[in-house]
Design a protein around this ligand. Structure first.
Ligand SMILES: [Ca+2]
Ligand SMILES: [Ca+2]
Length: 283
């Protein structure tokens, strides 16, 4: 049975194009190479309400890389999720190309995730996109160096520990209801692939897991720097007098514990910062 493509929106056509390119990779995969390749996301930490960036790091020992699809999933949907800007569309993926029957096909709802390529290996690639698929805890990052296959933008052999790109993830503002304060990222190997020049598939690769710790909030730390200082005092003044307060109401800035920002909070922060007063703690 053939997959229907009539009536597809632009997003669907784009998605399907990627799938067809994927078929191309696979169909040309008869000539495969063994290329030890490692993808990892460094362990990191974030505060409740913080948006943090995750660098995707690549090392390749043997072959050049001109295309990839990398998939990760996180295990704590109540603690973190990937933010999405735009609903992209539906992604049709054939699990057993070129035979693409209904039983071989999955359809995921995908949405765009903010991604940064500036200064990283994928900066000038023709196509780089990060999306969630299925849920906002599954991430898929896809890159194609050169759609005309000139391959002069390849990631060269012996690249070690360099950043492909960065994606963002949001730590929820509210406390983790089940405790633990740790999120594990696992690589999804069946949904991950890499391509060398001329359509050769890179079959030998490793997706390393990653961990993100959720840290306890620091008193008066508006900017998530991990400590309170004059910058936080300035942000408190902005909040009090210009109503530009942080979105996360769990942020530990209500120092007199009356339930709202006020001048007493500012005075307590000044005392704490500059006059060695004890850290204000709500009863
Ligand atoms: Ca701070
Ligand atoms: Ca207050």
């Amino acid at each position: 049975m053939r997959t229907r493509i009539s009536g597809l929106t632009t997003g669907r056509v784009l998605a399907l194009t990627l799938v067809l390119i994927g078929f191309g990779w696979v169909s040309l995969a008869a000539h495969t190479v063994a290329a030890p390749l490692t993808i990892s996301i460094p362990d990191t930490a974030g505060y409740p309400g913080q948006r943090i960036e995750l660098p995707i790091i690549i090392s390749t020992d043997v072959d050049s890389v001109v295309g990839f699809q990398i998939s990760y999933g996180m295990d704590r949907p109540n603690v973190m999720r990937f933010p999405t800007d735009t609903i992209v569309d539906t992604l049709i993926v054939c699990l057993n190309p070129p035979e693409c029957t209904e039983t071989d096909t999955t359809i995921d709802t995908v949405a765009s995730v903010p991604i940064k390529t500036e200064g990283h290996l994928c900066e000038n690639w023709d196509y780089v996109r990060a999306v969630t698929f299925g849920t906002e805890t599954n991430l898929r990052v896809t890159g194609l160096a050169d759609l005309a296959c000139q391959c002069d933008k390849a990631i060269l052999p012996f690249t070690q520990e360099e950043t492909l790109c960065r994606v963002t993830v949001d730590v929820f503002c509210h406390p983790d209801p089940f405790g633990g304060d740790e999120v594990n990222f696992g690589g999804q190997i069946p949904a991950t692939s890499f391509s060398a020049p001329l359509g050769r598939a890179i079959e030998s690769f490793t997706l390393n897991p990653a961990h993100i710790d959720v840290l306890p909030l620091v008193t008066g730390d508006y900017d998530y720097s991990g400590f309170a200082d004059a910058v936080d005092l300035q942000m408190m003044i902005q909040c009090l007098f210009f109503n530009t307060c942080p979105d996360c109401d769990a942020l530990n800035i209500d120092l007199d514990c009356n339930g709202e920002p006020n001048a007493v909070d500012m005075n307590l922060l000044i005392q704490y910062l500059f006059f060695s007063a004890e850290e204000p703690v709500c009863p």
